[in-house]
Design a protein around this ligand. Structure first.
Ligand SMILES: [Zn+2]
Length: 262
């Protein structure tokens, strides 16, 4: 059983969706396997922004530096040493199909999938397989190197869902969501529904506690508790398909759901 919330996926500002899904580990290996890396003795660790070696020493691989201000919010500036490219020049000279590690981190998830899919060796296939779930949950527009701390709650939630889709061993799991649409815009709700569909296709089951009609109308089975809140609620008002729920007079949900099913 898994509980998936909207909390941030990583505390480090250097974590991003590609590192969370472990696609970045494979990309670092790929870069270390290039001719220029072999000649210079660069290992996969040189392409990490979490440890010293290849990362910019000035900004420690962040690409930005924070200037602390008195009486004002901190100011974030592009690092003058690496010009926001996060790595040392020698490391940036290593290229795979004409792109260095910074170029790859600047790609969107969708662009990266296309970029790596054009070569069919095992490493590239592994990278694509690890990135694909992010596209499947509607996050294809996010940049590979985008800091996790800049993701919205809804985006963080979908990154977590993607990590479940990416799992190689996929035992059927029961996912429980407590009002997953809280704070989400209509467009994000549509993407969340797409992510739910992807989980169901993988053989998982979802139980969602929700007031949002877009979600309720998409359910296979609705358990409507009521009729009121608090002491006057908690009774089973209806159980069944959304199309049948709208005909139940005693249900408030039915009244609100009706326009969504017309
Ligand atoms: Zn720097």
């Amino acid at each position: 059983m898994e509980f998936v919330d909207q909390n941030p996926i990583g505390k480090s500002s250097r974590s991003n969706p590609a590192t969370y899904l472990k696609a970045y580990d494979e990309i670092r290996k790929l870069m270390a396997a290039q001719q220029a890396s072999k000649i210079n003795g660069y290992k996969a660790s040189h392409f990490s922004f979490n440890i010293d070696g290849g990362r910019c020493e000035e900004c420690l691989g962040e690409g930005t530096v924070k200037v602390e201000m008195q009486f004002m919010a901190d100011i974030v500036l592009t690092c003058e040493s690496c010009h926001g490219k996060r790595f040392k020049n020698d490391i940036l000279d290593v290229k795979y199909k004409g792109n260095n590690i910074h170029d790859i981190l600047e790609m969107t998830i969708e662009q990266a999938i296309e970029f790596f899919a054009s070569d069919a060796t095992n490493t590239e296939k592994r990278i694509v397989n690890k990135l694909q779930p992010l596209a499947d949950v509607g996050l294809g527009y996010i940049k590979m190197g985008q800091s996790s701390s800049t993701l919205s709650g809804g985006e963080s939630q979908r990154v977590k869902l993607a990590s479940f889709l990416a799992k190689e061993k996929n035992e059927p799991t029961l996912f429980i969501f407590d009002e997953p649409t809280t704070g989400l815009h209509f467009n994000d709700i549509k993407k969340l529904l797409k992510a739910f569909d992807a989980l169901i296709k993988k053989g998982h089951s979802l139980v969602i506690v929700e007031h949002n009609m877009e979600i309720i109308k998409s359910a296979d089975w609705v358990i409507d508790l009521g009729p009121e809140g608090g002491d006057k609620g908690g009774y089973l008002v209806f159980e069944g398909k959304p199309e049948d729920l709208v005909n139940v007079d005693a249900s408030y949900t039915a009244r609100f759901l009706k326009p969504y099913l017309q």
